[in-house]
Design a protein around this ligand. Structure first.
Ligand code: ZN
Length: 579
């Protein structure tokens, strides 16, 4: 459990409703902190003396860890073989700082770690890691749309467009309508090789990035005809992502699609039974019902579900196509799912894999953790870290349900956020708390912080003093950090994001990659797409029934050998006879 010493300074008094109460004792705590700071001469070394020696690891511990790391690398070796399956996890907005902070959060909350910093997320146990450069073709900082074109379709494209070449400008309906300017995705490449495919998201099923697997869209928010019309465009000319799910081949062939966004699938005339609210479409079309009709024309059984109970009750052996839309918009926060009869990301991933894994040709699954991004945009680090831990559980499940020898798993992010992680706190200081060393203005500061966003103002306009986080309930998941720059929504940032990989050709993801290279690297391992092929791929023009028939290939070799032997024997006999 957590050592008690890390409670210095003690929590300020907080009301049961989570509201902050200013009090004399809080002022006294700030005074005590200042005293500690003065006595310790402001150095982290002095503060570190507060940690009892017996709780700290010995030098031998670190040397043994290093030995284990080396021996593990010696045992591992790169695996070069055909990846039958691929799972690609994207944590939306899950930058490097987010991963580091979530690791500590998980260690302190879930793992029973002494401190927390020494814990690991499951994704961090993958043998190979690299970095992804996330900038868009025309912007320094990516949105989740241009980045989706990069990591799903393999090219860098314009900001806020998806599945289209740079020839299409933002909100350019005419450009979107030109199919020469559309690009295909890793999902489509996998489908062409006979693999089953799926998309799982905690966002809306019609939203980018998931929809970039089948749709080309000039404005990322065009998820219904009403969205297109709102921009003065003709939805007939410029179909939304929902319509493209039914029209585009990659959408038609998608086996599993799970997430939220139900009110963008249904028309305004239809009142949703769960929420008693109307749909968003104004063209009268019901995408979910039309999807079921479309699937009737394909092999296998199709189901459309709207609740977690239906998902968990499915007989996966009897379902080949599954559309699940569990919430009207995005799925709720992970700790609010159960009460809303909504599934966790882990549950969705598990069912998706069970359905897709029935295909002997293998599968490709794209998983999108949307809620991490939502939390960061609202300056709520507690929410963001919780969502990363939930996302990581889904990664672990995907890993446990597949074989490392034939399944490539890649985990990355589309972009980062402005969240920082700083100060010189003692080890094990709760990650959502504040520094024990005051800043130059006498106030402490939170360990995590944002450069901008909708959180409370950095300074009190009446007093001119900085917001005193010592008086805040920072561990409340809905707590919003104060920010120096006001923005209606906290901005993405552009530092590189991590890539974690395991399975066949996972070692190819090491190093610093352009984000647009990622789907090509996945395709290389899976032997799909039109790009380079690894040496274990069977060329598509040789993948005929005749060549794959085990009864023809082996038997022909001895037959050729026999003819060769008889020719040699004849020549030998002739020459030997003459001698
Ligand atoms: Zn975002």
């Amino acid at each position: 459990m957590h050592p008690r010493w890390n409670q210095i300074p003690p929590s300020p008094p907080v009301s049961t409703s989570g509201d902050v109460e200013r009090s004399c004792s809080a002022k006294m705590q700030l005074f005590k902190v200042s005293i500690i700071f003065v006595l310790s001469a402001g150095t982290s070394v002095a503060i570190g003396k507060e940690v009892p020696s017996q709780w700290l690891e010995t030098p031998t511990h670190w040397r043994n860890l290093a030995k284990e790391a080396i021996l593990s690398k010696e045992r591992q070796g790169p695996l070069e073989a055909v990846a039958k399956n691929g799972i690609f996890f994207i944590g939306d907005g899950m930058g490097l700082t987010s991963v580091s902070a979530a690791r500590v959060f998980k260690g302190q909350r879930d793992d029973g770690a002494r401190f927390g910093e020494e814990s690991s997320l499951h994704m961090e146990t993958f043998p190979y890691s690299g970095l992804s450069k996330t900038y868009c073709l025309d912007t320094q900082v990516a949105d989740s749309s241009c980045s989706a074109t990069a990591y799903l379709c393999g090219i860098k494209a314009r900001f806020a467009t998806a599945g289209l070449t740079p020839g299409v400008l933002f909100a350019d309906c005419r450009g979107q309508n030109n199919t020469d300017l559309h690009v295909s995705s890793i999902v489509e490449w996998a489908q062409r090789e006979g693999k089953s495919t799926g998309v799982v998201t905690s966002g809306r099923v019609t939203a980018i990035p998931g929809a970039a697997n089948w749709a080309g869209i000039a404005r990322r928010s065009w998820e219904t005809d009403a969205d297109v019309a709102e921009w003065g465009m003709n939805p007939e000319v410029c179909p939304d992502t929902g319509i493209q799910l039914l029209r585009k081949e990659a959408g038609q062939r998608l086996n599993v699609l799970l997430g939220g966004g139900r009110h963008r699938l249904t028309p305004v005339e239809k009142i949703d039974q769960e929420t008693n609210s109307p749909g968003k479409r104004t063209d009268g079309r019901n995408i979910a019902e039309e999807w079921l009709v479309m699937k009737e024309g394909q092999t296998g059984t199709a189901r459309y579900i709207t609740g977690r109970d239906e998902l968990m009750g499915l007989n996966v052996l009897e379902v080949d196509h599954l559309l699940g839309s569990f919430a009207m918009s995005e799925l709720p926060w992970s700790d609010e799912l159960e009460r809303n009869n909504d599934p966790t990301m882990t549950e969705m991933v598990a069912v998706a894999i069970k359905i897709l894994n029935k295909n002997p040709n293998g599968f490709f699954l794209f998983v999108h953790g949307s809620k991490i991004d939502s939390a960061h945009h609202s300056n709520r680090p507690g929410r963001a870290l919780r969502e990363i831990v939930e996302f990581d559980k889904a990664v672990k499940t995907g890993d446990e349900m597949t074989d490392d020898q034939d399944t490539l798993i890649v985990v990355s992010a589309d972009h980062s956020h402005t969240m920082g992680y700083s100060g010189y706190n003692v080890r094990g200081n709760p990650i959502l708390r504040h520094s024990i060393i005051p800043a130059d203005d006498g106030f402490v500061f939170s360990t995590l912080n944002y450069a901008n966003g909708p959180g409370p103002a950095w300074t009190n306009p009446d007093t001119g003093l900085r917001h005193n986080v010592l008086l805040d309930n920072t561990t409340n998941p809905n707590y919003e950090l104060p920010v120096p720059v006001p923005l209606f929504s906290e901005a993405h940032s552009s530092e590189d994001v991590p890539i974690f990989a395991k399975g066949p050709y996972a070692h190819y993801f090491a190093g610093v990659q352009e984000q647009s290279s990622i789907p090509h690297l996945i395709a290389y391992a899976l032997c799909v797409g039109d790009g380079l092929k690894n040496r274990h791929c069977i060329p598509s023009d040789e993948t005929t029934t005749e060549n794959l028939d085990p009864t023809t290939t082996p038997s022909s070799a001895p037959a050729h050998g026999l003819v060769y032997y008889l020719v040699l024997l004849t020549i030998f006999t002739i020459f030997h006879g003459r001698g």
